[in-house]
Design a protein. Structure first.
Lengths: 403, 426, 515
């Protein structure tokens, strides 16, 4: 077993920069801050009995690791400490449930209308809060009824010189298949044959909820599905920026999975906007965009910033005539994957997101853009503005069909 | 191949987001350059007070940097101030004051302020934000320092007693005393300075403080708070305090996180974003692409594969040993960690890098990169390893900023100078 | 001059002296202890914190090994709160002769050290950072021991039974009357007064300094200070005590204690236990040896280095201090030197301190012609009554569930305001450095960068330390800390030191504090 994350605590000079940036420490006294639960408390931990519960209030947004000037892998340390904590305590049913969007999706899809009605029903939501601990107002999505995979199975991608592999993630599959369709169409428009292999959940919600063994199993299975295509030399694109980051980086850094399939998959993994911008830098992105007179405030999810590639969505928007993209200042929407769904964390999550919601409301944008689906649901819930994946804007600008 | 250059390359890439890097980037972005700032983390602005020290101590406190700088530079040929003319330093201060108009910076090179530190030393500094100006000790006065129960980073009684014995110029006479307040913190007993600053932005909290403090103040006193008077809305908070109390109010910087530094960072990064600059925090530069003596690009470490940022010019603002811009390994080797630039002032193998006494002048303190007037690194043989790289800030050798009280001034002036040099070339 | 009357006067406030004072007080003797500095300021406060299983002596020093075998479980029973049960491993690295493992096993079996050879795979699972090339591994009941808790526990216990513990009282001289030691003159270092103490028996428990004390009574006791250096690494690279399975040598042990791991040690004879220089060569050696046990050791962050002086009593002349037995000796100076009323207890190590104290106080009983039984084999120290070992996570756990409810002064080591003030209550507030070592203020990675200012301010406000004393305390702390920091300063620790420099000299400007 390697101890990469834990060893990085040697870099901590207690400068408090991480704490200054942590939106969750600012929002609740229950979370003493990333320095405290990370490199500081880690010196007091050894396996056996976790001394602290407060680490559970870390959202896993990863801002701390990004801003740390000394290279301490704070969010990773926190994540591992949380997993240790929950391994000792046993993971509650609620966390097991929300950590398996694939499972939930599979059961909810056939009964989508009923499931959606349940989720909208105030009384049932209150019951759900009491029984399961999912906050009654949490920004849960609606089941689409027809999955993206079903559409993909019936779709024939035109043959082309280049092939790209699409990793669509659970959110797209069960809740936002239209985003998947638009992604495929945009890629095909740019001359790619798009392959949608059989695939499952990447395990990120399991990781965030501290179930490392299950997360590792999921990610290994997914890597095994995708690896053969990566070995043929094709790139893999992910529209869900957090799931893409999971495969690129977190599965190895946090879960410490050492697996040949995962290695080759992560080396071939691209965030969708990253991929499109790289195409453009090579002169291979079609720029036959129609004029779209839109003001689009753009929120880069914390996990998108975790990719460390800048904000390619903004550079893509700059190519579309008439689009005025606004780079928002606020850093976190508060949802942090499944964090904001939880009864005891919902208020914190909404407090964290308040700055972003205010900025959005004041931006008088036509619609917001954001690369992560859970963030989009939170934005719509908290700011009341329609939120789309950047690919949807490109799709519209290419004139590939109405939304 | 339309528009490829636009996105694949920048006019300037700045490495490091401390004051030096942000200054260079902002100055260039204002002049229309496409700038990217790559930083492995957030810089030292969060650790420093919001003052700009140009030259505070040379064998004793400095009254006037303008007067002291020429002799100082002459006496210290290896010091970066030798390459930074006084006019340029002055210009950088003026630029800074203008860009941070909302912070209301006062001062300049002619006369240093004397402001209290958190242990009660009267410290010279060249520029102070408006929220600190009333703490100027040179004119004397009656000062009352405010303690806030629950703030463990400020001890006004200790400060006041030391300050009362400070040696001040001329006939300046000061009296000091202390008032301890109990602001409403609820159940929390361990609140950081930043936590207090956020609370000061809440009207109810401010009201509580004002009502309590009002009872204790004596007419004509100047009121010194720890530097926690709000974050983004500091000016508003400070104004309200002064107006409501009817007294002059000032802040005393205390332990990190520096709320003042945070304000500085926010203002400068927001300005960068408004100018379309790309700021990427969390990227370490792990490689270079060169062509002869020109640097063509740098490779930034991302979560996946390294990303190349191409530019015409590069500014190295990675800081000194504190931030890892310079590194000393266990066998005594010193390296500049991004470009492996030649490092001067390295103690010889027979010399110890550190002296026995903590406050002694340690041999290693002046190690760093040497530059010419354009802030280009020089290699000691009269040449420069790269034509288009400029080094600024704490990466530079020859200075001991914490003893000279020259830190922010050096960063500001060198960042400004590098930008000037780059603008001249284009 | 004021006078104090007592039956037993103990000189020396390390583990031996504190143990003697406790044992004597428990046996009903009126007891006074004098110590020139703070308790555990000498060797006891400067060792690596190992509670020996005896394994380190099993081959070369069987007497010492047997003592450890007996005392280890006694301390576990009576001083549980001072002990963290880490367990210990002896490992044969690729640089060691695996055959020595058999000698080791035999030695342990002969001396009674509980030992079990464990599969290498198991040892590596237990300690994943160990070098993969280790050939053999043996488990023993090593543990770590907090010397301050131990010494302060003894002092508390002694006081509860009527003893007086006089720290910062330096011995000026011993009073002899007709060939008998009848008392001592001491100097109160803090207020400058002199005090006379009249005693029936003086017990010289001054450890590495006991030779100096004995000479005050005209007795020659040759104590060879054996200097050993130790380096504290920023975090626990191992959670078990790890020993090299080879004949004793430099740098052959890493002890996890509290939040750090300590590597040690060397053994160099020096002349003066107050002059303990740490050389660059010794430091290099520690890193090299550490790297053999834990690959990557050299790149781990080193916090500070310090040296302690073992009290090695030489019956005869020896050249290498490693050859001197680590067992202890009680010297009755009446028999040996014709000086009555004076006993020296010397040699030994902290693991056997209780036994040393027992023997010393037995000798006191013999001298005073009384027969009183020792009870320290069973009587728990104050704080250890519940027989629960110390748990590493306790300082974190006590802050839960809402960490903001206690004001944390030293964040690295989680020292709260309450704990700081309690630590100060027992000692003079101007000795911030002594407070540091006992409550662990500023002992973590930031080495006081944040907490020293806070502690100074608190002492000034709440302990009514005057301005000058507060300034002195702060500056002295920085100088003291620097001594241990600068010899190992590089890499990440240098980045820390630079930040600390910014804080103290740049932000606070302490170098210009007024007189």
């Amino acid at each position: 077993m390697t101890e990469l994350a834990r060893d990085s605590l040697d870099g901590c000079v207690k400068c408090t920069i991480c704490e200054s940036f942590c939106p969750y420490a600012a929002a609740t006294p229950l979370f003493p801050g990333p320095k405290y639960v990370g490199p500081q408390a880690e010196r007091f931990r050894r396996t056996g009995v976790s001394p602290d519960f407060s680490v559970d209030y870390c959202s896993g947004c990863g801002i701390c690791t990004q801003v740390c000037p000394q290279g301490v892998k704070i969010a990773e340390i926190n994540s591992q400490a949380r997993a240790q904590l929950w391994e000792e305590r046993g993971i509650p049913l609620r966390n097991q449930l929300i950590a398996r969007p694939g499972l939930v999706g599979r059961f909810g899809t056939p009964v989508a209308p009923l499931a959606n009605w349940t989720l909208q029903n105030q009384a049932l939501r209150r019951l759900g809060e009491r029984l399961l601990g999912i906050h009654r107002d949490a920004a849960l999505p609606r089941f689409a009824g027809r999955t993206f995979q079903r559409w993909a199975r019936n779709h024939v991608s035109p043959a082309a010189e280049r092939t790209v592999i699409y990793f669509h993630n659970c959110g797209t599959n069960y809740y936002e298949p239209a985003v998947g369709r638009m992604t495929v169409e945009v890629l095909e428009h740019n001359g790619f044959h798009v392959v949608v292999p059989p695939q499952g959940c990447c395990g990120l919600p399991l990781q965030s909820n501290g179930n490392f063994p299950a997360a590792r199993a999921y990610v290994r299975r997914l890597a095994a599905n995708l690896a053969p295509y990566a070995r043929e030399g094709s790139a893999i694109v992910a529209n869900s920026t957090s799931c893409g980051l999971m495969l690129k980086h977190e599965a190895r850094e946090i879960l410490e999975v050492e697996d040949d399939d995962l290695t080759v998959v992560s080396e071939s993994m691209y965030d969708l906007c990253e991929f499109l911008l790289l195409l453009h830098e090579q002169g291979q992105l079609r720029t036959d965009f129609q004029q779209l007179d839109l003001t689009i405030p753009y929120h880069a999810p914390c996990q998108q910033q975790g990719h460390g590639i800048g904000k390619p969505a903004l550079d893509l928007f700059a190519l579309i005539p008439g689009v005025r993209a606004i780079e928002l200042d606020a850093d976190c929407c508060g949802i942090a994957g499944t964090y904001g769904f939880k009864k005891e964390k919902y208020e914190i999550s909404m407090t964290v997101g308040e700055r972003l919601f205010r900025e959005l409301r004041e931006s008088s944008g036509d619609l917001a853009a954001c690369d992560s689906e859970t963030c989009r649901w939170q934005i719509e819930h908290g700011a009341g503005i329609h939120a789309v994946h950047p690919v949807e804007v490109l799709h519209r600008a290419y004139g590939l069909g109405s939304e | 191949m339309t528009d490829v250059a636009r996105f694949a390359s920048y006019d300037t890439v700045v490495i490091g987001a401390g004051l030096a890097g942000l200054t260079a980037a902002l100055r260039l972005a204002e002049e229309g350059q496409r700038v990217a700032v790559l930083a492995k983390g957030v810089g030292a602005t969060h650790l420093s007070p919001g003052t700009v020290d140009v030259l505070g101590y040379v064998d004793g406190p400095v009254d006037s940097p303008a007067k002291a700088l020429p002799d100082f530079a002459a006496a210290n040929p290896d010091h970066p101030y030798r390459r930074l003319p006084v006019e340029l330093i002055g210009a950088s201060l003026d630029w800074f004051k203008a860009r941070l108009g909302d912070h209301g910076y006062r001062g300049g090179l002619d006369e240093n302020f004397l402001v209290p530190t958190a242990v009660g030393v009267a410290k010279p500094t060249a520029l102070v934000p408006e929220t600190m100006a009333a703490g100027d000790l040179r004119g004397g006065g009656r000062f009352v320092f405010i303690g806030l129960r629950g703030l463990k980073d400020f001890y006004p009684a200790y400060l006041a007693e030391n300050l009362a014995r400070a040696s001040l110029p001329g006939e300046a006479d000061i009296l000091t005393r202390v008032v301890e307040l109990e602001p409403p913190l609820g159940n929390a007993r361990d609140v950081s300075g930043l936590g207090f600053a956020r609370r000061f932005e809440e009207a109810g909290f401010r009201e509580s403080v004002l009502v309590e403090l009002d009872r204790y103040l004596v007419p004509g006193e100047i009121v010194g708070f720890p530097a926690v008077l709000g974050v983004g809305r500091a000016r508003e908070v400070w104004n309200e305090l002064e107006t409501r109390l009817g007294h002059q109010v000032f802040e005393v910087p205390t332990l990190p996180p520096s709320v003042q530094g945070l304000r500085l960072y926010e203002t400068m990064t927001t300005a960068l974003r408004r100018h379309g600059c790309r700021l990427v925090v969390g990227n370490t530069v792990v490689g270079t692409k060169t062509s002869g003596s020109r640097l063509e690009g740098v490779l930034a470490k991302t979560a996946g594969r390294p990303l190349t940022y191409r530019a015409r010019s590069f500014v190295l603002a990675t800081g000194g040993f504190a931030s890892g811009g310079l590194q000393l390994d266990s066998s005594g080797q010193i390296r500049e960690t991004v470009f492996d630039l030649p490092v001067a002032g390295v103690p010889g193998s027979k010399q110890r890098p550190f002296e026995e006494g903590y406050f002694a002048d340690h041999a290693i303190s002046r190690a760093g990169v040497t530059v010419d007037e354009s802030m280009r690194p020089v290699d000691g043989k009269g040449g420069t390893p790269y034509e288009n790289v400029h080094a600024v800030g704490a990466t530079l050798g020859g200075a001991v900023p914490w003893r000279e009280a020259s830190g922010n001034g050096l960063s500001l002036a060198s960042g400004y100078a590098a930008a000037s040099a780059i603008l001249r070339e284009t | 001059m004021p006078t104090l009357e007592t039956e037993v006067l103990v000189v020396g406030g390390g583990s031996t002296g504190a143990g003697v004072a406790r044992d004597a007080a428990l046996r009903g003797f009126s007891t006074v202890l004098v110590e020139r500095g703070d308790l555990a300021a000498g060797t006891t406060g400067r060792f690596h914190g190992l509670l020996h299983s005896g394994g380190r002596y099993a081959v070369k020093d069987p007497v010492a090994a047997r003592e450890c075998v007996v005392e280890n479980p006694i301390l576990r029973r009576t001083a549980a709160d001072c002990i963290e049960d880490t367990g210990g491993l002896f490992v044969s690295t690729q640089w060691d002769d695996p055959g020595f493992g058999d000698d080791f096993l035999r030695g342990c079996q002969a001396t009674g050290v509980p030992v079990e050879e464990v599969p290498v795979a198991q040892a590596l699972r237990q300690e994943p950072r160990l070098d993969r090339g280790i050939a053999r591994a043996f488990a023993v009941p090593d543990a770590n021991l907090d010397p301050w808790k131990l010494v302060w526990g003894c002092a508390r216990s002694a006081k509860e039974h009527g003893a007086q513990i006089l720290t910062y009282h330096r011995l000026l001289g011993l009073e002899l009357d007709d060939g008998k030691v009848v008392g001592a003159r001491v100097h109160d270092e803090l207020n400058g007064d002199e005090l006379e103490i009249r005693s029936q028996v003086v017990v010289n428990a001054a450890g590495a300094w006991s030779g100096q004390i004995a000479s005050l009574a005209g007795c020659e006791v040759t104590v060879l200070p054996g200097k050993g250096i130790m380096i504290a690494m920023n975090h626990r690279l191992v959670n078990t005590v790890v020993n090299r399975c080879k004949p004793p040598s430099d740098g052959d042990i890493i002890v996890p204690i509290r939040t750090v791991s300590v590597i040690g040690t060397t053994d160099t004879r020096v002349a003066d236990p107050d002059e303990l220089e740490v050389t660059p060569a010794e430091i290099e050696e520690m890193f090299d040896e550490g790297e053999k046990l834990v690959p990557g050791f050299r790149n781990a962050r080193a916090l500070r280095v310090w040296a302690g002086a073992r009290p090695l009593f030489a019956g005869e002349q020896v050249s290498d201090t490693r050859d001197v037995s680590r067992t202890h000796t009680v010297l009755d100076h009446a028999k040996r030197d014709g000086v009555d009323g004076f006993i020296t207890i010397t040699g030994g190590k902290t693991t056997t301190f209780r036994l040393m104290a027992e023997h010393a106080v037995d000798a006191v009983c013999a001298k005073l012609g009384v027969d009183r039984q020792c009870t320290t084999q069973e009587e728990p120290l104050p704080g250890s009554e519940e027989k629960r070992f110390y748990w590493l996570g306790s300082r974190v756990r006590t802050q839960e569930p809402v960490p903001g409810e206690h004001e944390i002064i030293c964040e690295c080591e989680l020292v709260t305001r309450e704990r700081l003030l309690a630590g100060v209550a027992h000692r003079h507030p101007s000795s911030l450095d002594d407070v540091r070592r006992t409550v662990r203020l500023g002992m973590g990675p930031c080495q006081g960068g944040f907490c020293i200012y806070r502690a100074t301010g608190i002492l000034h406000s709440f302990e009514h330390l005057d301005r000058r004393a507060a300034n002195t305390a702060l500056l002295d702390f920085l100088e003291e800390r620097w001594k241990g920091v600068h010899p190992v300063l590089h890499g990440a620790q240098l980045r820390q030191a630079r930040l600390d420099e910014w804080i103290f000299q740049g932000l606070l400007t302490v170098q210009h504090l007024p007189e």
